[in-house]
Design a protein around this ligand. Structure first.
Ligand SMILES: [Zn+2]
Length: 312
């Protein structure tokens, strides 16, 4: 182990004997009785293993027992990580300055002991396909790339005959932006490929649902629920394929807000694939001019071919 202070937090003195790591009470922790062991804090940058930290502290006049007590207290408060040296070394030079803050944020958000190394590894192993045209898919691709995710902007392969599997890696997720052809949705369900719908039209941003085929509500489930409330919905939907507003009512702020929310849902899925996310069986919706994200529930529809309702 190469002990390091959890990145993203700065040590601050409350008095001569008490140190506070971090500012916000939701992240910070305070240690008392530190006085004589203050020098140990400066040694926790991940460049030394534990015996080397103790040896360096001894040279600075800090007794071994005191250094060990400090390390134990910091670890108990979640303030000590095992510095992810291999992960940091493996970062491409051109991306290092971009990804170090990602590591620090992942480390703080998850309070993992590896300093965010595993989170970044999961992002790097994932492949996200983004389908659609215009500024929204481009912006989502840019944010995800900056977060360390492999992004493909190539359009999805043409719809294949039934039974032919999609050539996508297991960790793949497809992001569908804007209007998506019904046959594409059916193909994703058939291939059991998770997908996330994203749109920003009519001054409303919608992120979701995130569909786990057969497990959570799909886009057809939502259309069936809309049809239950509005029998004319299928007719409206059919016309949308031919008639789109030009220009769309989508300003720069809405595009960026939807981009950030969509990227956050992708990261949630990629980092913790077993945990249900907030956009599953739901849409996250932002209606201008309120700028307040709201979650709208969409349970699986019992009449849908995806059969998610029997799994729910
Ligand atoms: Zn369905």
């Amino acid at each position: 182990m190469r002990p390091a202070l959890r990145p993203g937090l700065v040590p601050l003195w409350r008095d001569r004997d008490t140190i506070q790591i971090g500012v916000d009470p939701r992240r910070a922790a305070a240690l008392t009785g530190v006085g004589a062991a203050a020098a140990v804090i400066e040694l926790l940058d991940g460049s030394r293993d534990r015996p080397q930290v103790i040896a360096a502290a001894t040279e600075l006049g800090v007794p071994v027992e005191l250094t060990e007590r400090m390390l134990t207290l910091l670890a108990a408060d979640g303030m000590l990580i095992d510095f992810p040296a291999a992960t940091v070394r493996a970062l491409p030079c051109e991306l290092r300055q971009l990804l170090l803050p990602e590591l620090a944020a992942a480390s703080l958000a998850r309070m993992d002991s590896d300093g965010g190394g595993q989170v970044l590894a999961r992002r790097a192993a994932a492949t996200v396909h983004i389908a659609g045209d215009g500024p929204l898919p481009a912006a989502i691709a840019q944010v995800l790339t900056s977060s360390g995710v492999s992004v493909r902007r190539a359009p999805l392969a043409a719809v294949r005959p039934p039974g032919e599997r999609a050539e996508l890696p297991a960790a793949a997720l497809v992001v569908l932006t804007g209007l998506h052809p019904p046959e594409q949705v059916v193909q994703l369900l058939r291939d059991r490929i998770p997908h996330l719908a994203v749109s920003a039209d009519e001054a409303i941003g919608i992120v979701g649902p995130l569909v786990r085929p057969g497990g959570t509500a799909c886009l057809r489930c939502l259309d069936l629920a809309r049809t239950d409330r509005d029998p004319a919905w299928p007719l409206i939907l059919a016309q949308l394929g031919r008639r789109r507003p030009d220009p769309p009512a989508r300003d720069a702020v809405l595009t960026m807000a939807v981009t950030a929310q969509a990227a956050a849902q992708v990261l949630h899925f990629v980092e913790r694939p077993q945990l249900p996310g907030p956009a599953e069986n739901a849409t996250l919706e932002l209606v201008q001019p309120g700028w307040q994200w709201r979650r709208r529930s969409w349970p699986p529809h019992p009449a849908c071919i995806c059969r998610a309702s029997s799994a729910a």
